[in-house]
Design a protein around this ligand. Structure first.
Ligand code: B12
Ligand code: SF4
Length: 663
């Protein structure tokens, strides 16, 4: 264990803006580095006892709308003695100039150097952001390896869904938080505040130890990993007496008590979403076996219809957005979704405010919902995700939707005025054959045929979008072998031919897909252990940046780095990806507790292989996945009987919303 030095912090530069500004005319979209958005907060540096830099490790256009970062930014900035600022990944053109001119990674709020903050929190919804983390750490002037950092460096904390297996980035981060962040960031802040007020006793090591003792902050340096001669993990054990064997996820109960974001950030430059998004519930118990998000965010916790109504009202009033996104993992499943949509549609009737849901379950969508979403004549796109082409494969993944239901639902959408519907599928699922994938073409043909018959119009389209399956930690598929990229690409070629085999129908069907190679690398990063850190570093040193973007991603760079680095450990890329694990194998994340019982996950994996379906515990009795008893949580669903009463109708076309009537 390295003992961190007590190097004092260097003097803080008030703003790096005078050094950054001259570089901006030379880069693309300079506006993304300027800050000052509606909703942005700039606080005095000296008055703050604890300072957070929060990062979404992708470009501003993807990172700014991220809810996780917006929520934590607001929760932290509401504390009078705490300051939080945001930073995003800089594009390679600016990175090059920053390196040439010695400009560090900066926050967009007050353009401060990230190195000057106490905590550098990074939100990972996808593992493909790991190389961008290294760029940011390096540009900030912080040592890449956590072991080399001193008291002059911030504590780097990872969060977000990918942090449920932070082992591949264990060398680069100081800590990781599993689960919901609202209360976790407050707890971390309190610990940092107290430690600083005491004069930072014991330096960085003591601070990390205090965080680890909470049992919900994972500090990788306090755990040793031993390997078996064949490369598998033998055990992961604490190397300090006072840290827990297992680190537990955080769950924020009662979402009504956390109605964030209240003041959503309004982007200056174009971003992937320009809307006010409200999470209407967290968690999902549908039990789709591929879905890590569904598994790790259990149990279901609904936000009440009243709070959603108030949040929408305040959020729109503050931001001026014209679109409301009702977010969750399966929004049509909210116990009061009908009332919620009709209430909001009523509320904003005659204005230019539209409502949208992210991808919707076929079996939860109905005609009333369709009508509410299409009021005012605005239809913001409709996406259904059957995920599997054949009924058999849908049983394997536990996404039970019949072909008839799907067709009926899509036809409902067409007859309610939608002209374009997107259908999401995956390729490379466990036990999948060519025939399973080819059934996607039949389904798409029938959708168009039935849609034309019902509307009497040829002017309808559907887009089939295919993603590669990636087995994720903490899911029943965590033991599964991935399919090889050449097999995936072959199946996708067959599917394209089958869709276009009927030219009249094929013309109405768009076909979008990701080829198999990026998924394989995502698979390496998702189920990797600490040895994969060396691969990430090598890729980054060889120029890897923005791996989530197809135009920047280089499969060859990852393959070469894996081939250079992994043989020294007696493993290779295949070993991490296309190898099926057995029941007794110690998985790299076994010491990280998502609440799910490993025996239950194994049983669910066996059920998948025998095509046996699992119910949804939201509506049926508990089937003992382990989460509620181990996390001391419970399912929170309505109907609560609490309606949208505080809202009063908006007049005319504007967004003028009268103050709520007290209940
Ligand atoms: C909106 C959305 C998008 C949008 C916007 C992304 C964005 N900038 O936010 C778009 C369309 C761009 C998008 C793209 C993608 N998405 Co998306 N997306 C979502 C969606 C619907 C909502 C995300 C959200 O806002 N959640 C709510 C917030 C509050 O949760 P959160 O971010 O996890 O944050 C909380 C905690 O994690 C924690 N936390 C987060 N960060 C940190 C940091 C610290 C330091 C701490 C302490 C805590 C902490 O605190 C927060 C509050 O509790 C989710 C589904 C869902 N409902 O979650 C999928 C989801 C996150 N996306 C997913 C995927 C796969 C993708 C893509 C990779 C798809 C693709 N193949 O291209 C890309 C990746 C884009 C990128 N480069 O990041 C998956 C993630 C899968 C996984 N890890 O298992 C999800 C879960 C959907 C799913 N079921 O598969 N997505
Ligand atoms: S413990 Fe039971 S009620 Fe809770 S999420 Fe798991 S199956 Fe559902």
């Amino acid at each position: 264990m390295s003992v961190p030095s007590t190097t004092p912090r260097p003097a803080v530069e008030p703003s790096i803006w005078p050094r950054l500004e001259p570089l901006l005319p030379q880069v693309t979209k300079p506006i993304q580095y300027v800050g000052g958005e509606l909703g942005a907060v700039v606080k005095g540096w000296d008055a703050a006892a604890v300072r957070w830099a929060l990062m979404y490790p992708d470009a501003y256009e993807v990172g700014l709308p991220n809810q996780g970062v917006q929520i934590l930014y607001e929760v932290l900035n509401e504390l009078p003695d705490v300051l939080a600022e945001r930073t995003y990944a800089v594009w390679p053109d600016l990175e090059k100039l920053m390196r040439a001119h010695g400009v560090p990674q900066f926050t967009v709020d007050a353009h401060r150097s990230v190195r000057d903050f106490d905590v550098f929190g990074v939100s990972f919804s996808t593992e493909l952001g790991y190389t961008n983390l290294l760029t940011a750490i390096d540009l900030a002037g912080i040592p890449l390896l956590a072991a080399d950092r001193t008291d002059a460096d911030p504590v780097i904390v990872a969060g977000g869904h990918a942090a449920f297996n932070p082992e591949p980035i264990a060398d680069f981060v100081d800590a990781a938080v599993l689960g919901d962040g609202e209360e976790a960031v407050l707890e971390i802040t309190a610990i940092v505040r107290e430690w600083k007020a005491e004069g930072s006793p014991g330096g960085r090591d003591e601070l990390l130890l205090r965080l680890a003792r909470t049992e919900s902050v994972y500090v990788p340096r306090f755990y040793d990993v031993d390997y078996l001669p064949d490369g598998r993990i033998q055990r992961v054990v604490p190397n300090r007496a006072d840290v827990p064997f297992r680190v537990h996820k955080r769950t924020t109960m009662d979402l009504d008590a956390w109605p964030y974001p209240k003041k959503p950030l309004v982007p200056l430059a174009e971003t992937v979403h320009e809307r006010y998004a409200v999470e209407i519930f967290r968690g999902c118990t549908r039990g789709c076996r591929f879905c890590q998000a569904g598994m790790i965010t259990r149990p279901v916790r609904e936000r009440s219809i009243t709070t959603v109504g108030q949040m929408v009202q305040q959020g729109l009033e503050f931001s001026g957005f014209h679109e409301v996104g009702l977010l969750s993992l399966s929004s049509a499943d909210h116990s009061e979704i009908g009332d919620m949509c009709s209430g909001l549609a009523e509320q904003y009737a005659g204005t230019n405010v539209s409502l949208s849901l992210p991808s919707t379950r076929v079996d939860a969508f109905n005609i009333d919902l369709a009508q509410e979403l299409s009021r005012n004549g605005r239809r913001t796109g409709l996406t259904f995700a059957p995920e599997g082409g054949s009924e058999r494969i849908r049983k394997v993944i536990n996404k039970m939707v019949s072909k008839e239901d799907l067709i009926r639902t899509v036809v409902t959408a067409y007859t309610n005025g939608w002209r374009q519907v997107k259908l999401y599928f995956m390729c490379g699922l466990p036990t999948e054959t060519d025939a399973d994938v080819l059934e996607i073409a039949d389904m798409a043909h029938e959708v168009i045929r039935a849609g034309r018959a019902a509307t009497g119009s040829k002017d309808i389209r559907c887009t089939v979008s295919i993603g590669g399956f990636v087995p994720k930690p903490h899911t029943p598929f965590q033991w599964a072998a991935m399919e090889r990229p050449e097999v995936i690409d072959h199946r996708l070629r067959l599917l394209k031919q089958a869709i276009n085999a009927d030219r009249s129908l094929g013309r109405a069907i768009g076909f979008r897909y990701h080829d198999g190679e990026p998924s394989l690398i995502e698979g390496l990063l998702s189920r990797g252990d600490r040895r994969v850190g060396a691969v990430i570093r090598r890729v980054w040193e060889n120029g890897g940046r923005f791996d989530g973007w197809s135009e920047h991603f280089s499969y060859q760079r990852w393959v070469d780095a894996a081939a250079e680095v992994l043989p020294a450990f007696g493993v290779d890329l295949d070993w991490y990806t296309t190898r099926q694990r057995d029941e007794l194998e110690v998985l790299p994340w076994d010491h990280l507790d998502s609440g799910l019982d490993k025996d239950w996950l194994w049983q669910d994996w066996q059920d998948a292989l025998s095509e046996y379906e699992q119910d949804d515990c939201r509506w049926t009795p508990c089937f003992d996945c382990g989460v509620c008893p181990s996390m001391d949580t419970e399912i929170q669903i309505g109907p609560t009987g609490r309606k949208l009463l505080p809202l009063t109708p908006v007049n005319g076309a504007g967004l003028r919303i009268p103050a709520p009537t007290p209940q």
